[in-house]
Design a protein around this ligand. Structure first.
Ligand SMILES: *[C@@H]1O[C@H](CO)[C@@H](O)[C@H](O)[C@H]1NC(C)=O
Ligand SMILES: *[C@@H]1O[C@H](CO)[C@@H](O)[C@H](O)[C@H]1NC(C)=O
Ligand SMILES: CC(=O)N[C@H]1CO[C@H](CO)[C@@H](O)[C@@H]1O
Length: 491
């Protein structure tokens, strides 16, 4: 039998290969048309999933969002660096903060080539002002409302929520916010400016070529690190009675030269706000680019234990996980991770944080602060959106929320509410493995049901492909728009 099988293979082998070549040729020309069809189907299916649940526009959900905000000055990275005559360095290097031009060149090139998102504090006021001045009249520059809190607030207001926004802004800034946003904070004359250095995929600076579109952000805030709006925000919170509390913008404290004890005091007040909100309302914390180890430790102590929900990108997830496992900060991770890798990291973060919760409650939490289990974890990456939500928790509509997050990624990056399939690409594989463990199940990407959801342990996982925008308008603020869009369907 065996021999016979082999003989027939040898005999028909060439015929089979011919047939394969024929098939390949046959399928080659209509392949692009097939891809377009596939994209159209994924798009219409995602839109259907998004529409499945509506937002109650009569009793608008109420969301309180803190803290801070800024004016974003968005420029093309390479155009700016060329204008100021910064020579490309041959030494890409990571710096926690930037003190001079050489460090700027080194730090920028470190993230630019892989195309990884990064955000750094500039400790040198002269250098920062020079960069801002050079950007003011750079062709193609744009000004926009920026900062995690205002962007999330804006997205939620657009999606049908009433928002209380904690931040100290200038009057012009407050004027351009949606009428559904109420500001709680002090008035400042000079708003903080963030300089957003955007670059497309394939941009070149010296001999560096960016592998994907992304941005490098520099700032030198005076107001935001102090969470100056906290007091007013707390006062208004009582009467506002939100359905959801969102905390973000804390990365402005990263590497900021605080006086000793100052940051602790601020974060401990924040912990009080988070833990004194009623147990029924959800508390979401949006992570960001943190590189200072001590502030990450502070977040693990003061902030994360009081959040039911966390949002982050593919850089911030491994960073948080490595810290939870007692290792160092990870400054740079794969900007295009596989689904299996991300899901494994998410399961581990979920498991470790909930174990910490159990340990803390078993000890009776000596100082009586209320801590919460983690019931929702949303990770946004270029190629896909992934969520873990505890079964039976307060978070509703996970499937639709994942679809909406995915659509929002394209809408934001392309800068248009209507998604044009000719400016989109699916970069997720045809199927994905649910874990890197050997023998794990593979899930095919079904065009008519692109959001895959399944149960594990005590939670549900949903994964949705992103229709990756190919004509990039803006990447900065993407995570905030995406996270906020996912949250609105879940409250
Ligand atoms: C700050 O930046 C300016 C302008 O680039 C530079 O001349 C100066 O040396 C920098 N200061 C320090 C302490 O590096
Ligand atoms: C971790 O960080 C510490 C302090 O910055 C440093 O001394 C140590 O070498 C780092 N360890 C690794 C494995 O990078
Ligand atoms: C580029 C983009 O579409 N970003 C949006 C993020 O959300 C804010 C608030 O809704 C919008 O103003 C931005 O246009």
């Amino acid at each position: 039998m065996e021999g016979g099988g082999r003989v027939s293979w040898i005999k028909y082998g060439p015929l089979v290969s011919l047939f394969v070549v024929f098939l390949a040729l046959w399928f080659r020309s209509p392949q692009n048309a097939g891809l377009d069809d596939r994209l159209d189907t994924v798009l219409s299916s995602l839109l259907r999933a998004e529409r499945k649940v509506g937002i109650n526009n009569v009793a608008r959900p109420k969301v309180a969002v803190g803290f801070g905000g800024c004016v974003d000055l968005i420029v093309d990275a390479v155009t700016l660096l060329n204008k100021i005559g910064l020579p490309p360095t041959d030494q890409p290097l990571h710096h926690n903060y930037i003190e001079n031009e050489v460090q700027l060149a080194q730090s920028f090139s470190y993230f630019f080539a892989p195309g990884a998102a990064a955000e750094r504090f500039i400790l040198n006021d002269t250098l920062f002002s020079e960069l801002v001045e050079a950007s003011r009249d750079l062709p193609g520059n744009r000004w926009a409302v920026g900062g995690n809190a205002p962007v999330m607030a804006g997205r939620m207001a657009t999606e049908g929520c009433d928002v209380l926004l904690g931040g100290s802004f200038s009057p012009d800034f407050t004027d351009v916010l949606s009428q559904h946003i109420t500001v709680a904070g002090n008035i400042v004359e000079e708003p903080d400016i963030h300089l957003i250095l955007e670059y497309p995929s394939g941009a070149s600076w010296g001999h560096y070529i960016s592998r994907r579109a992304n941005r490098y952000i520099v700032h030198s805030d005076d107001h935001n690190p102090y969470l100056a709006s906290m007091q007013e925000f707390t006062a208004k919170l009582e009467t506002f009675k939100p359905d959801l509390l969102v905390v973000g913008g804390l990365q402005m404290m990263d590497n900021f030269p605080f006086q000793s004890g100052e940051r602790d005091a601020l974060l401990s007040r924040l912990a009080n706000i988070m833990s004194s909100s009623s147990a029924q309302i959800g508390v979401h914390f949006e992570m960001a680019s943190f590189v200072e180890e001590s502030i990450m430790e502070d977040l693990l102590h003061y902030v994360i234990p009081h959040a039911d929900s966390l949002g982050m990108n593919e850089q911030e997830l491994p960073n948080l996980l490595s810290l939870l496992k007692g290792a160092n900060i990870t400054v740079l991770s794969d900007p295009n991770p596989r689904v299996a890798t991300v899901l494994d990291q998410m399961r581990e973060v979920y498991r470790i944080l909930n174990q910490r919760y159990k340990d803390a409650t078993a000890e009776g939490e000596a100082y009586g602060a209320k801590v919460k289990p983690l019931t929702r974890l949303h990770v946004h990456t270029l190629a896909f959106q992934a969520m873990i939500v505890t079964r039976g928790s307060q978070w509703k509509n996970t499937m639709s929320a994942t679809a909406k997050a995915s659509l929002t990624a394209n809408r934001h990056v392309c800068g248009s509410n209507d998604i044009d399939p000719s400016k989109a690409r699916l970069i997720m594989d045809d199927s994905f493995s649910v874990s890197r463990q050997e023998g794990s199940q593979r899930i095919p990407l079904q065009e008519t049901r692109p959001v895959s959801c399944w149960d594990e342990a005590d939670y549900e996982i949903c994964v949705a492909p992103v229709l990756v925008c190919t004509e990039v308008y803006q990447t900065a603020g993407g995570g905030d728009n995406i996270s906020a869009a996912g949250l609105v369907l879940q409250i």
